[in-house]
Design a protein around this ligand. Structure first.
Ligand code: G3H
Ligand code: 13P
Ligand code: ZN
Length: 284
């Protein structure tokens, strides 16, 4: 089927109380792994490309690979820009065929983030492309967040209410203690903050930096209103881990397919596991 929008997928997830997995698509094998996992689980899925992935693979390649995956599938697939920080990049992705974009103005002062998110929405509303915004600072795992810094970094519930009211944005990425990349210790999520945000903000909530978050915490976050869960690092670990294992086992192997094939299968396995955790199996 043709690519669907993220709004469409999250609307159903909100009604039925589960989350849709948003997996970073960095190369052909990972696109295929995401598709295969979604098919095996009969689940809706979001394939997302970061600015780094677009710079690596090329915008047309990413779009066409994901479009082809969607066309070859009976499960709904959306194509989303992950952490778009540049208005022109957002426009290029939409022109290329993305059905959803994240405009990430989280590093900007609040009013600038609001103004630019609004500008993106003015463009997307007439053409039906979905928009996610970010409020608060989702750290890198290298950033140690001290308790005293939490209020400065994490999403403020009242500010979230004001932001959504002012922008009319359709989904919101929040900072409640997750971070991108591999965690050093076990992440502790601020569930009280999430509950307060959800009480004030009636749109789907997005959890970034979800690789390495304990399953129990992911389940609780979904109970409290998270509807899109972003996973990249766990796929990288599974994919490269398997490549490394095969190359160690067969140091003379020179056929890339014999190395990348098992890596693709390892990625499929972890993505399937996440889809089950998010409760979206059987929801296609
Ligand atoms: O949010 C970060 C994603 O994992 C994308 O990472 O910019 O290295 O592609 P990347
Ligand atoms: P992880 O790499 O920590 O899974 O985060 C992914 C993400 O948030 C993409 O936007
Ligand atoms: Zn992210």
């Amino acid at each position: 089927m043709a690519l669907v929008t993220v709004n469409e997928l999250l609307f159903k997830a909100e009604e039925e109380g589960y989350a849709v997995g948003a997996f970073n698509a960095n190369n052909m094998e990972i696109v295929q792994a995401i598709l295969e996992a979604a098919k095996r689980e009969n689940a809706p899925v979001i394939m997302q490309a970061s600015q780094g992935a677009i710079a690596y693979a090329g915008l047309d390649f990413i779009t066409e690979m994901v479009r082809l995956a969607a066309m070859a599938s009976t499960v709904p697939v959306a194509l989303h820009l992950d952490h778009g920080t540049d208005f022109d990049q957002v426009v290029r992705c939409i022109r290329s065929g993305f059905t959803s974009v994240m405009y990430d103005g989280s590093k900007l002062p609040l009013e600038e983030n609001i103004a630019l998110t609004r500008k993106v929405l003015e463009m997307t509303r007439p053409i039906g492309v979905s928009v996610e915004a970010e409020l608060g600072k989702i750290g890198g795992t290298e950033d140690n967040v001290h308790v005293s810094e939490k209020d400065a970094m994490y999403t403020d519930p009242e500010e979230a209410r004001y932001f959504v009211e002012q922008t009319g944005v359709e989904s919101l990425a929040i900072a409640i203690g997750t971070a991108h990349g591999q965690y050093k210790g076990e992440p502790e999520l601020d569930f009280d903050r999430l509950a307060k945000i959800k009480a004030l903000v009636k749109i789907p909530i997005v959890l970034h930096g979800s690789s390495g978050v304990p399953d129990e915490s992911v389940r609780r976050a979904i109970e409290l209103g998270v509807r899109k869960v972003n996973i990249d690092t766990n796929i990288r670990e599974a994919f490269v881990g398997e490549m490394r294992r095969v190359m160690m086992e067969k140091p003379d192997e020179i056929d890339p397919r014999k190395i990348l094939g098992p890596a693709r299968e390892a990625a499929t396995a972890i993505i399937s596991e996440k889809i089950r955790l998010f409760g979206s199996s059987g929801k296609a």
